[in-house]
Design a protein around this ligand. Structure first.
Ligand SMILES: [Ca+2]
Length: 161
């Protein structure tokens, strides 16, 4: 049997002990490195999640038409027939223009664009004496900068008594 004194003084035994310590130290270092690596991975994951959370949301395309015009009214500038339509533009920030569709006295269907802020259309712009055809409708649609168009407000062109 080898006692502790013999073990400690035996060069081979001591050398084995040193080697064994070295292996233990290697295992310990490996364990530490592995743990650090895991923390690095966790940090990378966390940073990735934070970046994803703070990144600006992808642009959502605008598909919303502006509100309708209000106070739409037919008027006559010559008496006898309606030839003018007036309204108030919506307040939507992206409102761009109005589209007026009507049938003129000669039966021709027309669509005209009226810029924001004008708030009226006179059929005499086409030719003096042009009127809205009785029995048809004048439709006013609002359009935004993206091109979204409202359903429209329609006015019936009736005979003026
Ligand atoms: Ca819009």
């Amino acid at each position: 049997m080898t006692n502790i004194h013999q073990f400690m003084t035996d060069k081979n035994s001591f050398s084995r002990l040193v080697k064994f310590s070295g292996i233990l130290s290697l295992i310990f270092t490996f364990a530490m490195v592995t743990d650090c690596k895991k923390e690095e991975d966790d940090t990378a994951l966390l940073l990735g999640a934070l970046a994803a959370a703070s990144a600006p949301a992808p642009a959502v395309p605008d598909t919303t038409a502006p509100a309708e015009v209000t106070g739409a009214t037919l008027e006559t500038t010559h008496g006898g027939s309606y030839d003018k339509v007036t309204w108030t533009d919506p307040t939507d920030a992206d409102f761009d223009h109005v589209e007026v569709t009507f049938t003129d006295g000669g039966g021709t269907k027309r669509t005209v664009t009226v810029a924001k802020g004008i708030e009226f259309y006179d059929a005499n712009t086409i030719a003096t004496g042009t009127i809205f055809k009785v029995g048809t409708t004048v439709t006013i649609k609002t359009v935004d900068k993206t091109g979204n168009k409202s359903t429209g407000v329609s006015l019936n062109v009736t005979e003026i008594m």
